[in-house]
Ligand binder design. Structure first.
Ligand code: AMP
Ligand code: GLY
Length: 429
């Protein structure tokens, strides 16, 4: 039986651990550093996941054969290359792309060039370096608001600015290029056309040649009801997404996923892992807003519970380059997740609040910022718990989720009450 080490400590990693423990047994699942939830489905490991030698050594010592990075940081920093480049570690399989291929997420300019050369629909753009401040401002003057300005590199989810006015947008250019607000990540910026539409996330698992299309999802990024207020790591998600009908899905496959796979093969990118396509539907036509080289959080919390196929089979077949042998089976049910967050998140918030959990519930509780002290669970981050429900019908599934939430309590508990409601009203129309 293969042993797997999951890297991360969010709801996404807890969901992976939950799924893999059912398939392989909890004795074969490890999560570093994990949380109070991942511990239920395996062992938590106190490791610095950015120290790739430490990660490799832990795998050797514990007979682990596969590493599953949850987030992008270790991939963009080259964990796959490091492991493959070491005599001692090279037999370990990292389910994720190597450093070059991870640039699809790690560099907006690289991703834009990739889309351009592969004819993949995306917003028109230009990129500028530090010496191009004046040109960037001149270019901005030719566009109409709102203005979309993106730091090229990873900026902890804060690197995209959408400005309503020209002076504000010019100031953003000064900050990013002139003052290097995000350090190296904003030494190059991308300015692009604003696309008006509705967002949806698509996911594939690939071995670099073929791919499996996973269920799509919609996430709710803003802190406030009706998508208002600050951006967060995600306040909830639903799957399936009603407007992503068969026609839309076939456009996504033909115009986006297949050309992306062709581009990966043409460029000989070393890619075994997930690809997350952040899309926007503009009058029914899909455009790529971003690529991510991993699954989404909280999207994983609604995609994985709908997956009847073993995740471990997908990973192992990807390793062998035979992903097309996997018979992908999805549960047609609706799935939703609502994030319970600490009061004040995404700004300042307090930790170490006791969490009262329901004794009996049909919902799934994927932990994010939680920790266990003896037999009690306490908050340990901004995003605390992803409460997830599955039901035949989207409305019932939401109802079940919100019923469970009533049973959970911690000081400062906050959540959005409108997750999935926009899609329910679309369905009615
Ligand atoms: P990104 O990090 O590239 O996904 O951007 C963060 C968010 O900014 C996206 O989820 C969109 O809501 C928004 N966004 C990014 N690019 C555009 C665009 N070209 N047009 C409209 N909205 C955008
Ligand atoms: N939920 C968005 C992300 O994972 O990037």
């Amino acid at each position: 039986m293969i042993k797997i080490l999951i890297l991360g400590s969010g709801g996404r990693e807890c969901t992976f651990a939950w799924k893999l423990a059912q398939e392989l047994g909890r004795e074969n699942i490890f999560t570093a550093p994990g949380n109070a939830g991942t511990e239920l489905y395996g062992s938590n490991v106190d490791l610095d996941i950015n120290d790739f030698d430490a990660v490799g050594n832990f795998c050797i010592q514990n007979n682990i054969g596969c590493i599953l990075p949850g987030g992008e940081d270790t991939l963009v920093a080259g964990i796959k290359d490091h492991i493959a480049g070491s005599e001692q570690f090279k037999h370990l399989f990292v389910f994720g792309p190597d450093k070059e291929a991870s640039k699809l997420e790690g560099s907006k300019e690289y991703a834009k060039q990739f889309m351009l050369k592969n004819n993949i629909p995306t917003a028109a753009y230009r990129s500028f370096g530090v010496s191009g401040i004046n040109e960037a401002k001149d270019f901005l003057g030719t566009l109409s608001p709102p203005y979309v300005i993106k730091a090229d590199g990873l900026a902890a989810g804060k690197g995209v600015v959408i400005s309503r006015t020209l002076p504000e947008a010019n100031k953003c250019i000064d900050e990013m290029l002139g003052e290097e607000k995000f350090g190296k990540a904003s030494q190059t910026i991308v300015i692009e056309e604003f696309l008006k539409g509705i967002e949806v996330s698509f996911f594939i698992a690939t071995d670099g040649k073929d791919y499996l299309l996973l269920p799509e999802a919609k996430d709710y990024k803003r802190i406030g009801e009706n998508d208002t207020g600050l951006n967060t790591g995600g306040m909830g998600a639903v799957s399936p997404v009603s407007f992503a009908d068969e026609v839309f899905i076939s456009k996504v496959k033909e115009r986006i996923i297949e050309p992306t796979m062709k581009g990966i093969k043409k460029d000989h990118l070393n890619y075994q892992g997930f690809i997350f396509f952040g899309l926007i539907s503009v009058a029914g036509d899909p455009y790529v807003i971003e690529y991510n080289c991993r699954m989404g959080d909280p999207e994983t919390e609604v995609v994985i519970p709908r997956m009847e196929t073993r995740l471990s089979d997908i990973i192992l077949k990807a390793k062998e380059g035979k992903i097309k042998e996997v018979n992908l089976k999805m549960d047609p049910s609706s799935c939703c997740t609502v994030m319970l967050v600490s009061g004040g998140y995404p700004e300042k918030y307090e930790k170490n609040k006791f969490i009262r959990l329901p004794v009996n519930t049909e919902s799934l509780m994927f932990h994010s910022g939680t920790k266990r002290v003896d037999s009690d669970i306490f908050t340990n981050g901004g995003r605390v718990l992803a409460v997830t429900s599955l039901a035949e019908d989207a409305a019932d599934c939401l109802k079940m989720c919100y019923e469970t939430i009533k049973e959970i309590d911690f000081e400062g508990k906050y959540f959005r009450t409108d997750i999935g409601k926009d899609l329910l009203s679309l369905e009615k129309n």
